[in-house]
Design a protein around this ligand. Structure first.
Ligand SMILES: [Zn+2]
Ligand SMILES: [Zn+2]
Length: 296
């Protein structure tokens, strides 16, 4: 035993590696994956300095911490400071059956878990798209049911190829899934084939709200959204994909939009904001908009 054995154990210990760039967590392995599948694809990027990996333990040692903020009754923001990966926030929706966690960041600590435990537990974890899954598997593992199954991870079947861990806990869905009364996943496509929004019928004083992340980007000033195939790599969303996205929201009642980052909010009038933003985007995409200084 002694030092050499302990060193050996440490060397072979399995770690659930987290990509430093996107903060998605991979299955446990002794060595980190060769590359991050998410970042190596054209919608993300690998830094010029190369692929880097970390772990929950290392992030905690570096001083990362979680905090919760109530955004409106029954809706809470989960933030990580210092910022990590893409820097998005998680959102937790209270329901009588437990919390619905949307797009968890790439770090959690006991304080974050305890907050959920003290507020009705975790009904399941939903994702907008594969870039922002963070440590969703950790959340599922920490809220295992009495039958041993992890808390459900609701993942659209259309994005199955991007699932990083083959969890027993995945509940596949197709175009719509009401995960709790008035809390409904809607697949819009666009950024990814399985890109989704979460519709909260009772939010915004009963007028309804959408959680959107990259499915549509809430822009500074809070009166515009935009639509992209890739935000960091600046690839536009084709008009036919935008048309399908808008059609998937036909008849959905909402007045507010919560973006994927702190303070990204369209407080009211959101349906009109989406309509006008989509029209402006389409005009520039197709070239029907004109700039008198260049087109005159
Ligand atoms: Zn990555
Ligand atoms: Zn994205």
């Amino acid at each position: 035993m002694g030092e050499s054995r302990r060193r050996c154990d440490a060397m072979t210990a399995e770690v659930s590696w987290i990509c430093r760039t996107c903060a998605n967590q991979y299955p446990a392995s002794a060595e980190p994956p060769g590359k991050c599948r998410i970042c190596a694809e054209e919608r993300q990027y690998v830094p010029e300095t190369g692929q880097e990996w970390t772990s929950l333990e290392e992030l905690a040692a570096e001083g990362h911490r979680t905090s919760w903020t109530e955004l409106e009754p029954g809706l809470f923001e989960l933030a990580v400071t210092p910022s990590l990966g893409i820097g998005h926030r998680g959102l937790l929706v209270h329901t009588p059956r437990g919390g619905v966690l949307w797009d968890p960041p790439g770090f959690l600590d006991e304080a974050a878990v305890e907050f959920v435990r003290a507020n009705g537990g975790l009904l399941g974890v939903a994702q907008s798209h594969p870039h922002l899954c963070g440590v969703q598997g950790e959340w599922s593992d920490r809220f295992r049911r009495s039958d041993g199954r992890g808390a459900p991870l609701w993942i659209p079947r259309r994005d199955a190829e991007w699932v990083l861990r083959s969890w027993d806990a995945v509940d596949w869905w197709d175009d719509r899934l009401e995960v709790a009364p008035g809390v409904t996943l809607i697949r819009t496509g666009g950024h990814f084939a399985g890109s989704a929004v979460l519709h909260l019928a009772a939010a915004a004083e009963g007028r309804g709200a959408l959680l959107v992340s990259d499915t549509m980007m809430v822009l500074p000033g809070s009166r515009r959204v935009s639509f992209m195939r890739s935000y960091p790599m600046l690839l536009p969303m084709p008009a036919r994909h935008l048309a399908r996205l808008l059609a998937s929201l036909d008849g959905v009642q909402y007045d507010r939009i919560y973006g994927g980052w702190t303070d990204r909010l369209v407080r009211s009038g959101a349906r009109g904001v989406v309509r006008d933003s989509a029209e402006l985007y389409r005009c520039w995409l197709t070239g029907s908009a004109t700039d008198p200084d260049q087109d005159g």
